[in-house]
Design a protein around this ligand. Structure first.
Ligand code: NAI
Ligand SMILES: C[N+](C)(C)CC(=O)CC(=O)[O-]
Length: 468
């Protein structure tokens, strides 16, 4: 069955959803009355196409098609999942759901991006309330995995389960919020922080830039990997959470927050904040800021992936589901991926050290292909690289797709010689070559020895096949 997602409302958030679905192999059908919607989505898509594949070591699925439609009826035709991202106005959303339900069968998931409405508010007066749930994402939707999944009391369990499976399929982390409240879980925090920040600026305590510094140089980094409670548990020292609470509990009675009061949101405050924000970041366009944000998020997420922690673990697990075993083609395509932003150096291109990683990954894939896999290695045998010669032919940059073709030039006894060619995906231009000599070893003696017969046979067969 062709996977089809309908995107109703294609602004900042709808565009992000469209990009994530399409890059994860879903066909996307958009309805947005704005004549500029197509241009806006193609700009979001350009950013997403550059950034999202950088998170993965495996190639993403073949990209889905994005099409634009004149009516909701056309946009939802054949869709299994509908993501509504129209402006945050309840009467508008309810009107849209009435139309969606008129054109969708009951097995289609109708999910809302609403930042704050409760599902029961969206479901009010609906023909089939159970079909409407909240899937609240975070900007940029194509990079941040969280979607708060809120069914409310009326949300049908089968709708929630279907939504959960689909969100996992596109690499997201559905957080099931069991009770409905205004602004769900995460926007409660954001609202609290936002209110405090408004007061700090209004009272002249800090500028927008100083507040951003207070977050990005400190607790923002902690939150990205451990959240709030785990971080504070550690802050309690050896005595842990109880000690932390004993020390900071009394602060609840001190004037440490102005949360109950809201500063008057008048023109003066808006001008003050907008002016400071211009002074802080006005030298960069929104597109430039988006690119900076995306590159930093990719680097942070990749670092967490390396640690198998937090959102990085989620991406590593999703990556594993995208990997496919090598085919029988000659030469073998052993690597297919995108240059991530954290692989580039002062010259703005892929650093030479990363070529070692690429060719090492290529030979590991080949080893697994001939049966020298994890079980074989665990049983005490493997290949070690004895010599590598790399030639750098053309530059490659962050966001560029490439692949590696590998040939077995020699497969004789304990000797294995591989010739790798790294090529640019868009035009097959040769980027680099690697001549790699490996020796089969016993992991017990750490000395060379012949491979086990089945591996030797597979290596010899490949050498014969690649002889030309
Ligand atoms: N911007 C943000 O940071 C986040 C926003 N959200 C939520 O996502 C939803 C959309 O917000 P944004 O994308 O920021 O707004 P936006 O203003 O960027 O986009 C809204 C889009 O909906 C379109 N639209 C208006 N009426 C429509 C209709 N009847 N049918 C189809 N499309 C229609 C508009 O033309 C526009 O392109 C809101 O519910 C918001 O709370 C959720 C997470 C983050
Ligand atoms: C400000 N906001 C309420 C629209 C924020 C969100 O809903 C989530 C986000 O991406 O920050």
């Amino acid at each position: 069955m062709t996977k089809i997602a309908a995107i109703v409302g294609g602004g900042v958030i709808g565009g992000g959803w469209a990009a994530r679905f399409a890059l994860m192999g879903w066909n996307v059908q958009v309805f947005d009355p704005d004549p500029e919607a197509k241009r806006k989505i193609s700009e979001v898509m350009a950013g997403a196409e550059r950034a999202l594949p950088m998170l993965y070591e495996a190639p993403l699925r073949a990209r889905g098609k994005i099409s634009f439609h004149q009516t909701i009826a056309e946009a939802v035709s054949g869709a299994q999942y509908v993501q509504e991202s129209v402006p945050e106005r309840l009467e508008l959303k309810q009107k849209v759901y009435a139309e969606l339900q008129a054109h969708c069968s009951e097995d289609v998931v109708l999910a809302s991006s609403t930042s704050g409405f409760k599902p029961s508010e969206l479901q009010e007066g609906a023909a089939r309330p159970g079909q409407i749930i909240v899937a609240h994402p975070f900007n940029p939707v194509y990079l941040l995995p969280l979607a708060e999944l809120v069914p409310g009391v009326n949300g049908a369990p089968e709708t929630v389960e279907k939504a959960r499976e689909i969100l996992i399929d596109i690499g997201m982390y559905p957080l099931h919020v069991k009770a409905e409240i205004d602004a769900h879980i995460a926007d409660r925090f954001l609202e609290a922080v936002w209110r405090e920040a408004l007061w700090l600026v209004k009272d002249g305590i800090a500028t927008t830039e100083e507040i951003d510094d207070a977050i990005r140089y400190g607790f923002g980094l902690r939150w990205a990997q451990m959240g709030l409670f785990e971080t504070y548990r550690v802050a309690g020292g050896e005595a842990g959470m109880k000690h932390f609470m004993a020390q900071f509990g009394p602060a609840l009675k001190w004037p440490w927050t102005k949360l109950m009061d809201v500063p008057e949101f008048n023109e003066e405050l808006v001008d003050l904040i907008a002016g400071q924000s211009d002074a802080q970041s006005g030298h960069m366009s929104i597109r430039e800021l988006e690119r900076l944000r995306d590159d930093n998020l990719v680097a942070i997420l990749r670092a967490l992936k390396g640690q198998n922690a937090g959102a990085g673990k989620l991406i590593a697990d999703h990556d594993a589901t995208l990997r496919a075993p090598l085919g029988g083609e000659v030469p073998l395509v052993t690597v297919r991926r995108t240059v991530p932003v954290d692989w580039t150096d002062v010259n703005g291109h892929m650093n030479e050290g990363r070529y070692g990683q690429v060719f090492s990954d290529a030979s590991e894939e080949l080893m697994f292909h001939v049966g020298a896999d994890r079980d074989y290695i665990a049983a005490g045998n493997s290949y070690f690289t004895a010599e590598t010669g790399v030639k750098y032919v053309l530059e490659t940059h962050a966001g560029e797709g490439f692949y590696v073709e590998t040939r077995v030039a020699l497969g004789q006894g304990k000797k294995l010689r591989l010739l790798h060619e790294m090529k640019r995906a868009k035009d097959d231009a040769l980027l680099a070559t690697c001549d790699q000599f490996l020796l089969h070893v016993s992991l017990e003696t750490r000395k060379s020895c012949p491979p086990l017969p089945q591996v030797l046979q597979a290596v010899e067969a490949l050498a014969a096949k690649h002889a030309d």
